[in-house]
Each structure stands twice: as structure tokens, then as C-alpha cells.
Design a protein around this ligand. Structure first.
Ligand code: AG3
Length: 289
């Protein structure tokens, strides 16, 4: 951070910069470097280990899509597990669904939750106080392996595979998730920006295909995830879910009565269309069973 500007260093040789009006937090937590600053152009920004996690201006693109893609892929999601997502943006979107009776969020770093609630209150917008929310500060891989509960959706809203998130990008974790979904639900995880992190969606797709019957990738343009599109990988053992079709999406969306700024059933459907280079990469990485 020099001269009042922050430059992201996530990708080698190319980055994005924000003009800072005020730095609100700079802290080394037990897990990572956490920074929150007020920018001139995009509201407040949360940065973990040098990578932009979210900005107040465009957070809704990502949070709406990572929450509503899995929840509208099935009839009535009642029990949802979020792993990571300590800023509360994904939780806020999940709780918009009237069908959701319980949202469990397992975040490894208590400071992400505490500091986001204090400095980025618009992100969670009261979601942590909702009686349906069950917040656990702990290791998501352990929870997925050891919990006796089952869920209709698991949303892995993690950082990139650096530091504490590495085990959340590995096959043993996905096997634990499959047990928690019990043959029915839908898993979604952020799988990097394909333009810069091509290995990530490919590896994620390969691992998920080894574990689940069905796996696909959706693309979401997120303005402040440097590189254009963010890949969201979806997986399920129920073949109905990921191929539920526009008519079901339309019906579920209008029945839920949810207000969104980015998500629509048309966008949901369109996000599943992939560019040729990605389709090719996915075909050339078949399951390794
Ligand atoms: N979690 C995903 C951030 C990914 C940023 N990575 C990137 N641009 N490659 C964000 C947490 C928001 N709840």
C-alpha cells in the first residue's frame, strides 16, 4: 500500500488498484493478513492475504450467485451449510429464502466475522442475528467430516487455495461434503478466475467429478475479481438438480418472492453456458477413478 493506493498482488504481472480514503483495519489474525479500507470508488473493501474478497459496491454479483444457484437448483432447500463466508454476504442471501429453516456457517477465522460485522455491516445486514443462523468458529474440513447433520446445500465461500483454504480444495473434503449432502443436495464452491487461474476450475471439476454423479461450472462476471469471470463449480448426486431447467427456476424464483439485484432465472441458466476453451479443458480432465 503506497501513496494511498492498494494494489492487489494475487496474479503475477497484472493487478488492480484502489485509491484508499481511509484504512480501517490492518491486522495479522491467527490465520491470515486482514485489511479493510474505505476506497474512493467502490465503498469499503475486505482484503485477505493481499487478495480482494469483496467490495461494498459489487459484492451482490458474487453473493447472490453463490447462494441462489444451489438453492434454486432444488425444490425447497431447508438446511444450508456455508463454509467460510465470514463476512456474512452469502449468509444474508441464503436467509432470503423463506424455505430455509437453518443456516449453519463454519468460519475458521473469528476475526473475519468480528471485523466484518463492525466495519462492513451492510454485508451481513443483520444475518448473524437471524434465529435461523448457527455460527461455528472452526475448521470446515473437520466439521464436514465429523458432523452428523445433513444439508440440502453446501456453499464453500472460501479464499483462494492459499493458506487456510488449501484443504477446502482437496478431494477428501469433497467426500465429506458428499456425506453431508446425503445423495440429494447441491454443493457449490468458488473455483477461481479462469483467465488467470485455469488450473483451479479444471482441478475442482475433476475432483468433484470423482466424488459426485453430476458436476458443472457456472461463470459470473465479478467486476473486482481481477480477470473477468469467476468460476463457480456445482456438484450433486441427484441428476435433477443441476439440469432442472428454466421452467423450474422461474417457478421457484417467483414462489420464493426474493428481491435480487443480479440473480434472475435467465441469468442462472445463462451462467451455465461455458466458452469453448473451458468446455474443452473440462472434457480433457475426466474423472481419475
Ligand atoms: N471469497 C472468494 C474470493 C475470491 C477472490 N479470488 C479471486 N479473485 N481469484 C470471497 C468471500 C466473500 N464472501
Amino acid at each position: 500500500m503506497t501513496d494511498g493506493w492498494f494494489t492487489e498482488t494475487l496474479h503475477r504481472g497484472y493487478g488492480q488498484s484502489f485509491e484508499i480514503v481511509e484504512t480501517l483495519v490492518r491486522e495479522r489474525t491467527p490465520y491470515q493478513d486482514l485489511t479493510i479500507f474505505q476506497t474512493r470508488a467502490l465503498g469499503r473493501v475486505l482484503v485477505l492475504d493481499g487478495a480482494v474478497q469483496t467490495t461494498e459496491a459489487d459484492e451482490f454479483y458474487y453473493h447472490e450467485m453463490i447462494a441462489h444457484l444451489p438453492l434454486f437448483s432444488q425444490e425447497r432447500a431447508r438446511r444450508v451449510l456455508i463454509i467460510g463466508g465470514g463476512d456474512g454476504g452469502t449468509l444474508r442471501e441464503v436467509l432470503k429464502h423463506p424455505s430455509v429453516e437453518q443456516a449453519t456457517i463454519v468460519e475458521i477465522d473469528a476475526r473475519v466475522v468480528e471485523l466484518s460485522r463492525e466495519h462492513l455491516p451492510k454485508l451481513s445486514n443483520g444475518a448473524f442475528e437471524d434465529p435461523r443462523t448457527h455460527l461455528i468458529i472452526g475448521d470446515g474440513t473437520k466439521f464436514a467430516e465429523e458432523s452428523a447433520d445433513t444439508f440440502d446445500a453446501i456453499i464453500v465461500d472460501s479464499t483462494d487455495p492459499i493458506g487456510p483454504s488449501i484443504p477446502l480444495f482437496e478431494e477428501p473434503f469433497y467426500r465429506s461434503c458428499a456425506k453431508r449432502l446425503d445423495g440429494r443436495g447441491v454443493l457449490i464452491r468458488q473455483a477461481g478466475v479462469p483467465f488467470f487461474q485455469a488450473g483451479e476450475y479444471r482441478d475442482t471439476h475433476r475432483m468433484l467429478s470423482n466424488v459426485f454423479r453430476d458436476c458443472t461450472v457456472a461463470l459470473v462476471p465479478v467486476p473486482t475479481y481481477c480477470g473477468g469471470h469467476m468460476a463457480l463449480a456445482l456438484a450433486s448426486d441427484d441428476p435433477e438438480n443441476l439440469n432442472c431447467g428454466r421452467a423450474s427456476l422461474d417457478r421457484r424464483f417467483s414462489h420464493a418472492g426474493i428481491e435480487t439485484r443480479y440473480y434472475t432465472p435467465e441469468i442462472h441458466d445463462a451462467a451455465l453456458a461455458l466458452p469453448a476453451f473451458m468446455k474443452k479443458a473440462l472434457q480433457s480432465s475426466p474423472p481419475t477413478s
